[in-house]
Write a protein that binds this ligand. Structure first.
Ligand SMILES: *Cc1c(COP(=O)(O)O)cnc(C)c1O
Length: 370
């Protein structure tokens, strides 16, 4: 048996949707992109959605639309994917990395508030592994200190905080559709916002800085080519129709994992706060203190189970060194990151496969052969 980390849930309707675009001959800047945007806006409950070529592109355009750049500081968790911080580095803004809560692995609001300086412009909120961050506390901090809030909800489509879908929080949100996410467009991402101004600027920036009404070779600002293809938009539309069932299937897989792993001593399974709807992106467990994580990963791999350390803290990455404002320890982040691993996780993981992973992890922790 060989179990991979993730697997996209593709069916004949998805394939037909992409083939239909190819047959139509309209491969870019067409009706599927417009339709996908309005479907995502409806789903998340916002006025505007702007589809782009990746989640990273979505984050980058939000930062540019908000005018965050040289001389600005921003608050970013270190326990996240690199794009959450890189979106600011591209524009010359400097991140102040903050620690996470020991239970949810989301931003610790207390540490956020302590790291605010007169230069701070924004907080990058990340809803880690599909669990909504502490939005009430973060919104209060942002209001008190007059800061912008950006939601990197790339791992959390379908999640809700107190009955409200993610994507509708802060000035703007970014979703991502790489094949390991809850739903996929191959490559792709989307910006969600209620701001007409942010929407207008992002539409222009993704399309080489053109104005919506302007001539093809007239550029009103320095833009990018961050457009999505019609094939991707059509796949996204088709996947979105099944997203609710995907979120439910993933919750079921997570539930079965919790049961299967319950009797492993010292193993910490994910904690989900009350008042939120989790949209499971990955299933991350935290190994007992003092475990050699790399050794466990190797033993699991030898049993045919792909697992991965999740995350590698950004403030300790080599490439980040020149950008760090201070060399500050983040004790919770460093402790958790050294012990957390993502197990194979997708919509259609069977009970037998889940049991196999649990048995492999139990054996790896006890170092039982083979
Ligand atoms: C997936 C992801 C992104 C965006 O990734 P792309 O590969 O650019 O689509 C951004 N932030 C987080 C936290 C993610 O998990």
């Amino acid at each position: 048996m060989r179990l991979e980390m993730s697997s996209a849930d593709l069916n004949e309707s998805d394939i037909d949707a992409v083939v239909a675009v190819l047959r139509s001959g309209r491969l870019a800047l067409g009706p599927k992109t417009v339709e996908f945007e309005s479907a995502i806006a409806d789903y998340t409950g916002v006025k505007y959605a702007i589809a782009v070529s990746s989640g990273t592109a979505a984050l980058h355009l939000i930062v540019r639309a908000l005018g965050i750049g040289l001389g600005d500081e921003v608050i970013v968790p270190s326990f996240t994917f690199a794009a959450s911080a890189n979106a600011f580095l591209f524009e010359g803004a400097r991140p102040r990395f903050v620690d996470i809560e020991a239970e949810t692995y989301n931003l610790d609001p207390e540490d956020v508030e302590q790291q605010i300086t007169p230069r701070t412009r924004a907080i990058m909120v990340v809803d880690v592994f599909g669990q909504p961050a502490e939005w009430e506390a973060l919104e209060a901090i942002a209001a008190k200190h007059n800061l912008l809030l950006i939601d990197d909800c790339c791992e959390a489509i379908g999640a809700e905080y107190r009955g409200k879908r993610l994507g509708a929080f802060g000035q703007a949100g970014a979703f991502a559709f790489y094949p390991n996410k809850q739903m996929t467009t191959g490559e792709g991402g989307i910006i969600t916002t209620n701001s007409e101004e942010i929407a207008r600027i992002c539409r222009s920036l993704r399309n080489q800085g053109r104005d919506e009404m302007g001539a093809w070779l007239t550029h009103v600002r320095l833009g990018h080519n961050y457009r999505i293809t019609e094939m991707s938009a059509a796949l996204g539309l088709s996947q979105l129709k099944r997203l609710e069932s995907f979120v439910e299937k993933r919750a079921q897989v997570a539930h079965q994992y919790r049961q299967a792993l319950a009797d492993i001593p010292g193993l910490k399974t994910p904690f989900v706060r009350s008042g939120v709807r989790m949209s499971w992106f990955v299933y991350v467990v935290t190994l007992p203190e003092g475990t050699d994580r790399d050794e466990i990963i190797a033993r699991m791999d030898a049993r045919g189970v792909a697992v991965r350390g999740y995350f590698a803290p950004l403030h300790r990455q080599q490439y980040m060194k020149p950008y760090l404002l201070e060399d500050r320890a983040l004790p919770v982040t460093e402790n958790i990151a050294a012990r957390s691993i993502a197990l194979p996780f997708h919509n259609n993981l069977s009970r037998a496969e889940i049991d196999y992973v649990a048995a492999a992890l139990r054996a790896a922790l006890l170092n039982e052969g083979p």
